[in-house]
Ligand binder design. Structure first.
Ligand SMILES: [Ca+2]
Length: 390
């Protein structure tokens, strides 16, 4: 019954060519000019239901499979076909996991050479005080992964159970980027994000193919703080609060990050090597602590406030798919609490409400054709569809 009713309500419409250009358009977007195209969300896999899905990934291995990560520790795999009737469990970490607060199995990234080396990487919480980055390896053609293939790359102490970050992504340079939160608590009480002697509040960059110094990874030779004795050399950028979701634009290589705000401002940042993104000196462009000197800090390319019920940004993707021409080349992102989804041009201009989904949007993801999906906490994976608006 639940599945059926979800399918019925899944088509959520809003005009894409709305004239309003900011976040103050309200939850309703009823501008439906005759003949214009609207964008809706549909249940992409109506027979499937997930438990708190929060990442969707697809390896570049020619199999056109989708992998959905559940917060409770399981990765589900299924063919990318709308009429698929069941998934299988690819990896199960639920026996070795804290799911307190924002903890759990938080992210998945396939090695660029997954088709030949069988390697994938995850970020999870083995206990309440640790964020763990691990590699798993599968044999060619394997339909599931053996938990005993785990190699731990990194354990990061977590002072609190929230603000863990979570996303992992390989860059066009073949290096692995890790989004790490400030360790939690309100207002970054230990000032972790500005303290580069620890790994919290950062984007890290590591080389998983060339381990060195007794670690299961290496430090890339062009990391920005290489050789600085008081700074962790894994750090690529810092001053982030909770960069929950990030993605590379496959066309430009830009790294887009949604940094979840404290109580007022939600940020979109394009990550620069060595950049200090301000937290907790600033929340967005608002002074938060210290002397309010913004020199040397990288401001967000866009920010929005908490009016209209928006509370927590979920970073998305620059759309490079083919199915929906009106979205091409735009960054698409949402808000976990309000369920609103926006598009913005890659220069930070022309932010527009795309639709008000009413969903708890945990993540976006793309398939092997770069088509875009939404992971929502109602257990459904949604796809975008172009429909007539009248
Ligand atoms: Ca910032």
């Amino acid at each position: 019954m639940k599945r059926f009713s979800l399918f019925l309500v899944a088509l959520l419409l809003a005009a894409v060519s709305c004239g309003d250009d900011d976040t103050d358009t309200g939850a309703q977007n009823n501008n439906q000019n005759s003949g214009e195209t609207a964008i809706g969300l549909v249940n992409a896999f109506p027979a499937l239901s997930f438990n708190q899905p929060l990442d969707l990934q697809s390896p570049n291995d020619g199999t056109d499979r989708l992998f959905v990560v559940e917060k409770g520790g399981r990765i589900r795999v299924f063919p990318n076909e709308g009429d698929v009737i069941e998934f299988t469990t690819y990896l199960d970490l639920s026996a070795n996991l804290s799911t307190e607060s924002e903890q759990g199995l938080l992210g998945l990234a396939f090695h660029p050479d997954f088709a030949s080396n069988g390697q994938f990487y995850v970020h999870y919480s083995p206990n309440t005080s640790t964020s763990r980055i691990s590699r798993f390896t599968v044999a060619m053609g394997a339909t599931s992964a053996d938990v005993n293939s785990e190699q731990i790359l990194m354990d990061i102490p977590q002072p609190d159970t929230n603000h863990n970050g979570g996303q992992l992504a390989f860059g066009p340079d073949g290096l692995l980027y890790l989004a790490i939160g400030d360790g939690g608590g309100a207002g970054d009480p230990d000032n972790n994000a500005q303290n580069r002697a620890n790994l919290l509040g950062t984007i890290l960059r590591i080389d998983v193919d060339n381990p060195s110094n007794g670690l299961n990874y290496g430090i890339p030779s062009n990391n920005p703080f290489l050789g600085e004795s008081t700074i962790r050399e894994e750090i690529f950028a810092y001053g982030l609060r909770n960069p929950w979701r990030m993605s590379f634009d496959p066309q430009t290589g830009d790294l887009w990050t949604g940094d979840v705000g404290q109580g007022a401002r939600e940020e979109i940042n394009i990550i620069q090597s060595g950049g200090n993104f301000g937290w907790k000196l600033f929340e967005g462009t608002s002074c938060f602590s210290g002397d309010c000197d913004e020199s040397g800090l990288v401001p967000p390319i866009f920010e929005y406030g908490h009016s209209n019920g928006d509370r927590s940004i979920t970073g998305g993707y620059v759309y490079r798919g083919n199915a929906i021409s009106s979205l091409q080349g735009k960054y698409i992102y949402g808000d976990f609490v309000s369920g609103r989804i926006w598009t913005i041009d890659t220069d930070g201009s022309d932010n527009e409400l795309l639709l008000a989904s009413g969903l708890n949007i945990a993540s976006f993801g793309t398939d092997s054709n770069k088509e875009l999906y939404v992971c929502a906490f109602d257990g459904v994976i949604y796809a975008f569809r172009e429909v007539p608006s009248n």
